[in-house]
Design a binder for this molecule. Structure first.
Ligand SMILES: [Zn+2]
Length: 345
C-alpha cells in the first residue's frame, strides 16, 4: 500500500518503504514524519518522564540487549515538539493518573472502561516500539573491531510497521477494531519483592512487553490478537501476587507461544477514499488457535527463561543446578509437578 497524505498534508499512512526510509533509517519525527530540519524537535523519552521522576531513574542506567548501560534520562528517540506534546496529552496524563491508583482500583477501572484498557495497551506498545526504534542506532557489538551492525538490523521491521500504525492512531485518527488488541495481563507483585519498584522487559520476536510500576506489573503480547489466552489454559490458575521469577516465566512462555502459533493473525489498514478518508486497522484471525509443536514451545520458553534467570542470579552451585534444569525445560517457578500454582501468599 502506498503512503497516504490527507488534504492537511498529514501522513495518515506510511508505505513500508517510506516507514523504513523516514522513521527507521532516517531521523524524522517518529509520529508525524517531519524532517529534523523542518520543525522544532525536543525528542521523546523512551521510558516516560513521569516514570523516571516517580522512581528516581534519571541518573540510573538501563541495560540494553548488547549489554551497554544507557542513562534513562538520555534514552530518547527523535520527536518534534508538537507530537511530543500530543503524546503527553494523549497517553502520559491519563496513564500516569490511572497508574497512581492501587491494583484493585486499576483492575476495576480497566474492566469497566474498555477505552481506558485500549489506551493502556497502546501506551505499552508505544514503549515497546520506542525501545526497538532506538536499537537501530546501537551497535550490536560494542567492540569496534567487529562490524556486526546495529541491534536494530536484526528486527523484523515488517512487524514493527503494524505496531507503528497502531501507536500513531491517536495522530491519524485510525479506528482500531477490537480484535486487533493482543493479550493484556495485570498482576500484583508479591510483598517481598521490594527492591526494584520499576522494571521493564521486552522481547523482539514474541512481541511481549512487561512493565512494573511499584506494586503491580502489566504484560502485553502486542500482535497475538489474544491467541495466547486460547492456547495457554494454565494461565487461569495464576492467582494472587507473583514474584519476579514467575513474571519472567510468564514473559518467556508468552513469547514462545506467540512465535509458535500455527496460523498467525494478519493485520490490515483500510483507508476508504470516500472524501472522509476513514481509516480502520483490523485483523483477520485464524479459524483455530493452535501451536505448531508443544516441544518447540518448551524449548523456546526454556531458552529465554534461562537467559533471564542467568543474568539475575548469583552463579553458585545451587543456582547453576537450577539453571541446568531450566535449560532442559524441567523447572517451573509457576507450577509444581502436579501442575498446581506455586502461590506467594
Ligand atoms: Zn512530529
Amino acid at each position: 500500500m502506498k503512503t497516504v497524505i490527507n488534504t492537511e498534508e498529514k501522513t495518515i499512512f506510511f508505505s513500508f518503504e517510506d516507514f523504513k526510509a523516514k522513521i527507521v533509517e532516517g531521523n524524522c519525527c517518529f509520529i508525524c514524519g517531519a524532517e529534523a530540519s523542518s520543525k522544532e524537535f525536543n525528542d521523546e523519552h523512551i521510558i516516560p518522564n513521569w516514570v523516571l521522576h516517580r522512581f528516581g531513574l534519571h541518573k540510573k542506567r538501563i541495560t540494553l540487549p548488547n549489554g551497554t548501560k544507557f542513562n534513562y534520562g538520555q534514552y530518547k528517540i527523535p520527536c518534534c515538539k508538537d507530537c511530543n506534546s500530543k503524546l503527553g496529552e494523549t497517553f502520559e496524563v491519563p496513564i500516569s493518573e490511572l497508574l497512581k491508583k492501587d491494583f484493585v482500583d486499576i483492575r476495576k477501572e480497566l474492566s469497566d472502561d474498555r477505552e481506558k484498557a485500549a489506551l493502556l495497551f497502546n501506551w505499552l506498545a508505544l514503549i515497546f516500539f520506542k525501545t526497538h526504534l532506538k536499537d537501530r542506532t546501537l551497535e550490536m557489538n560494542r567492540d569496534k573491531r567487529f562490524n556486526d551492525g546495529k541491534i536494530g538490523d536484526h528486527h523484523y521491521w515488517e512487524d514493527m510497521h503494524h505496531i507503528h500504525c497502531l501507536i500513531r492512531s491517536f495522530y491519524t485518527g485510525a479506528e482500531i477494531s477490537p480484535e486487533v488488541y493482543g493479550t493484556m495481563l495485570i498482576f500484583p507483585i508479591a510483598d517481598f519483592e521490594h527492591d526494584n519498584l520499576f522494571d521493564y522487559i521486552d522481547t523482539p520476536y514474541g512481541k511481549v512487553a512487561m512493565i512494573r510500576i511499584g506494586s503491580f506489573c502489566m504484560i502485553i503480547v502486542i500482535d497475538d490478537c489474544r491467541g495466547s489466552l486460547n492456547v495457554w489454559n494454565d494461565l487461569r490458575k495464576l492467582k494472587g501476587s507473583l514474584n519476579s521469577y514467575q513474571i519472567r516465566e510468564i514473559i518467556a512462555h508468552l513469547n514462545a507461544i506467540n512465535i509458535n502459533l500455527k496460523n498467525r493473525p494478519a493485520f490490515k489498514s483500510l483507508i476508504r477514499d470516500n472524501g472522509e478518508g476513514k481509516y480502520t486497522i483490523f485483523a483477520q484471525l485464524p479459524p483455530l488457535w493452535e501451536l505448531k509443536e508443544e516441544q518447540t514451545v518448551i524449548e523456546d520458553r526454556s531458552f529465554l527463561l534461562h537467559h533471564y534467570i542467568s543474568i539475575k542470579v548469583e552463579l553458585n552451585d545451587h543456582n547453576l543446578k537450577v539453571l541446568q534444569e531450566i535449560k532442559m525445560g524441567h523447572y517451573s517457578f509457576l507450577f509444581n509437578e502436579r501442575g498446581e500454582f506455586l502461590s506467594n501468599e
